[in-house]
Design a protein around this ligand. Structure first.
Ligand code: SF4
Length: 61
């Protein structure tokens, strides 16, 4: 699984960082995916973050 944050959509609410700190981190005012290859143990949390991002800025595939 891979995860990305669309920097044009992210509002910097930090929800994804709260849900899945293994993958998401703040970079100034926006979140980034620090590992684009999601570790197996973090896949569920990364998917949750993608589902819950209020602006749909997270792509997990
Ligand atoms: S949950 Fe979405 S809007 Fe909020 S910081 Fe993460 S990527 Fe950005």
């Amino acid at each position: 699984m891979k995860a990305y944050v669309d920097p044009d959509l992210c509002t910097g609410c930090e929800l994804c960082v709260d849900i899945c700190p293994e993958v998401f981190s703040m970079n100034g005012d926006i979140a980034i995916a620090v590992k684009d290859a999601v570790p197996a143990e973090a896949e569920e949390a990364a998917q949750d973050a993608g589902d819950q991002c209020p602006v749909g800025a997270i792509i997990v595939e």
